[in-house]
Design a protein around this ligand. Sequence first.
Ligand code: ADP
Ligand code: DP6
Ligand code: CO
Length: 360
Amino acid sequence: MTKIYEATVTAPVNIAVIKYWGKRDSALILPTNSSLSVTLSQDHLSTRTTIRASPEFSTDRLWLNGIEEDISASKRLVNSITTARKLRAALEKKQRDDGVASEDIVLLSEWSIHVCSENNFPTAAGLASSASGYAALVSALGALFQLPQSTSDLSRVARVGSGSACRSMFGGFVAWRAGESNDGSDSFAVQVADRHHWPDLQALILIVSEKKKTISSTAGMQTTVETSDLFAERVRNVVPKRMAAMEKAIAERDFGTFAEITMRDSNQFHAVCLDTYPPISYMNDVSRSIASIVHAFNTARGRAAAAYTYDAGPNAVIYALKDDMRDLAELVTYCFPRGSTILSEDFYADPFNMFGSADR
Ligand code: ADP
Ligand code: DP6
Ligand code: CO
């Protein structure tokens, strides 16, 4: 009889309010600065990954959205799988050392795996597919290998796949502590507050374009580190203060401060992209008009009632408190009548659960 072990997980995306952009070590994926994000509900944007292990598989294989990818061509895939396998091998060794009978130890660390992963939203379009993708991969490996490591420990494994993935290992509000070591032992994610901490906070996603970006996050941030003068100022003098202020704003549920820092940090990240040489523009005219609409809305309310943020792509994520979100979504629908902003019932039941679509 063929022996097959299998695990299936889903993992959410996270959208940073203090952006990670820049590596001090590209192989281990160690960032130049700490970052902070909100993990969104899995109901709309998520990755679902199934991994099977069998002694009869001859090589590791991976299918992403139904198409086979060459694992060996991707250092980050190899790194994350190898790191998880080493943890499994250590577990098997411990079982042996503890006197577990050899026929009761399953040598999963020695078997090849088949990975099947699906994103239910645009891949590589600035909606954090690498975050949910690698978080799902590592969570599935953790489940398959029955790894005893803590979530923060596993976030280090997700980090070697894609930096932002370490934050998708947790729900709620999550910080990625940059750390100072050369080996990455102190560079991992921690939850700063769970999702129930701020039930009125909602996220609205406006899909401006589903197209794959022309410059990946990995390539873009590498050019930024090499060429931007503004970047050093951001890392040294801006982000540390913002991390502290943001954590305080979240702890106090101070939306005005949360919103202003979120928008300023998104703007600075895109300014740093423009200061990169050759310059990088991830936002487009529709993205910029959405930002203007949010500012007009805030001016009309006389306070920061909504906050936009953009990752490495043109798509907008807007954070607002429940009462304001309904009005903001109506305004967006009015401004982009051909778009199909969805105001679903479950949006109101679920704090991080709204999905819309702006004009394309
Ligand atoms: P995004 O803004 O979507 O995170 P990135 O440029 O950071 O874009 O990363 C996109 C890349 O992440 C994809 O080209 C693919 O290599 C990888 N990726 C995305 N989803 C998955 C997944 N489910 N499993 C494995 N790798 C994935
Ligand atoms: C703009 O985590 O996708 O979304 O580590 O090279 O895989 P790699 O990059 P990635 O970069 C994310 C950049 C960002 C900001 C953020 O999520 O913090
Ligand atoms: Co990414």
